[in-house]
Design a protein around this ligand. Structure first.
Ligand SMILES: *Cc1c(COP(=O)(O)O)cnc(C)c1O
Length: 448
């Protein structure tokens, strides 16, 4: 299936071009590929593969770049990191220390954000199907804001909050019916997507919400999609509609405290002309700036995507009838984005000698029993015999969080580097942990 992000002409970027725009990665003559000051070979030797490796410095730099762009545009803005992009405890802790709030979509993410030290007063709960149990916890924790997605959900929140003697601060997520021009599976702001309240219903619902017990209407929210790389037009269109709605809310004499602008800012995986945070800040300023309201942003991918790599080993180099296959010990159960979204990830060798080797085309595949378990086709790579390492680039977002144990492959380890230090920040799943939760029913000899 064609997707705009892949409709690119010309050759893939070279190794040098990939390295040039990824400042945390460098090539050392003896140690090969480094993330910050740590040779990836050293991590593989200590921790094995496949292993996710995250750069703490990159996380900080990107958070600060985004915060700086918002401030530079003169915006009163709060950043709520979209936890679903990467839920690793150390990643959350680094961002929490920078002052990030959290945008969460489940009880698990709420717990993870709190565990990492993000105050409840900086947590926003998004999602189209929050369960009663999840809403109860959010109310008990008194989180900053719940982004409601339907009239039915607002009724549920009102009833729950009233019964608990709480007041829920609620924003309405509006579906602005704009096409973010991204992959169909990650477009969320079209009227036929499941997300949000129809723009034409939002004002009446906001007014209705103001009459309900247990609810304080605090604002409106939107999130139009993910991996947006085609400029600011879709953002501007969506935010212009939000501005229109804010004016209508005020004209009714209703209170409004803030606007949640969502996430979605894309990154260059291959050579997409991904927008800078200054462009997004400028679009917000131009469309919402004169309303005098604080704004929130919910970036996920933009902060964590470029901060991570997936380190893998070649299991075998197989020369088929017409193609060369590099079979890695990472698979679609680890990094599903190529199988799920036709995503392109840069792939670099790790050993210094491999960087100088003659290149020829290869398909890079995992060992899972699915043809879709293909990371790349026709990629120019050197001869890579078994045991050689490769790094899948920009794997920090929607990587480890989307992994599974399909084919009974344990969840990979996660490592964080900072300067010349590294530490395991999530253990590789053990076979005992992976298999130990199975049970037999009593009639097959199990204990009840
Ligand atoms: C997924 C999501 C985000 C983050 O999207 P990115 O593309 O990773 O920035 C933000 N807000 C909501 C409501 C989301 O569902």
């Amino acid at each position: 299936m064609a997707s705009p992000a892949l409709a690119l002409d010309g050759a893939d970027p070279s190794f040098a071009e990939l390295l040039a725009v990824r400042p945390a990665l460098s090539l050392h003559a003896h140690d090969g590929l480094l993330l910050e000051g740590v040779p990836l070979q050293r991590i593989a030797a200590a921790v094995g593969s496949p292993t996710w490796v995250y750069s703490a410095t990159t996380l900080r730099r990107r958070y600060q770049a985004l915060a700086g762009a918002l401030k530079g545009a003169g915006l009163n803005a709060e950043i709520h990191y979209a936890v679903k992009a990467n839920t690793n405890r150390a990643v959350l802790a680094v961002l929490a220390a920078e002052g990030a709030g959290a945008d969460i979509v489940s009880e698990g993410e709420l717990r993870a954000a709190r565990q990492a030290g993000i105050p409840a007063g900086h947590i926003v709960f998004s999602g189209v199907g929050k369960s009663e149990r999840e809403l109860r916890l959010a109310l008990a924790e008194d989180i900053q804001q719940i982004n409601a997605e339907s009239a039915e959900e607002i009724a549920m929140i009102s009833a729950l909050a009233s019964s608990l003697g709480r007041t829920a601060r609620v924003a309405i997520r509006v579906n602005p019916d704009v096409d973010a021009g991204t992959h169909a599976k990650i477009t969320t702001g079209k009227s036929d997507n499941k997300f949000g309240v129809a723009f034409d219903d939002a004002l009446a619902l906001y007014a209705h919400m103001a009459t309900l017990p247990g609810i304080e209407p605090v604002g409106i929210a939107t999130h139009i999609g993910s991996q947006i790389t085609n400029g600011m037009a879709a953002y501007r269109a969506a935010y212009a509609r939000l501005a229109e709605l804010v004016r209508a809310i005020r004209a009714r004499g209703l209170p409004i405290q803030r606007i949640d602008c969502g996430g979605g800012l894309g990154i260059p995986y291959r050579d997409e002309p991904a927008p800078a945070p200054e462009a997004l800040a400028g679009a917000i300023k131009a469309t919402l700036g004169d309303l005098g309201l604080p704004v929130m942003l919910e970036p996920g991918r933009w902060i964590v995507g470029p901060a991570g790599v997936l380190l893998a080993s070649i299991v075998i180099q197989k020369r088929g009838a017409t193609r060369r296959f590099l079979v890695t010990d990472a698979a679609m159960n680890d990094l599903v984005r190529p199988a799920m979204y036709d995503a392109w990830h840069g792939i670099l060798p790790v050993a210094p000698a491999a960087f100088g080797g003659a290149l020829s085309l290869a398909d890079v595949v995992g060992p899972v029993c699915e043809t879709g378990d293909t990371f790349a086709r026709d990629r120019a790579l050197p001869d890579l015999p078994p045991g050689e390492l490769v790094a899948f680039l920009d794997a920090g977002a929607y990587g480890a969080v989307m992994s599974s144990t399909y084919n009974l492959r344990p969840l990979a380890a996660e490592v964080m580097v900072e300067g010349e230090r590294f530490a395991v920040v999530r253990d590789r799943q053990s076979y005992e942990a992976m298999l130990g939760q199975g049970r037999l029913p009593p009639w097959l000899g199990g204990v009840s």
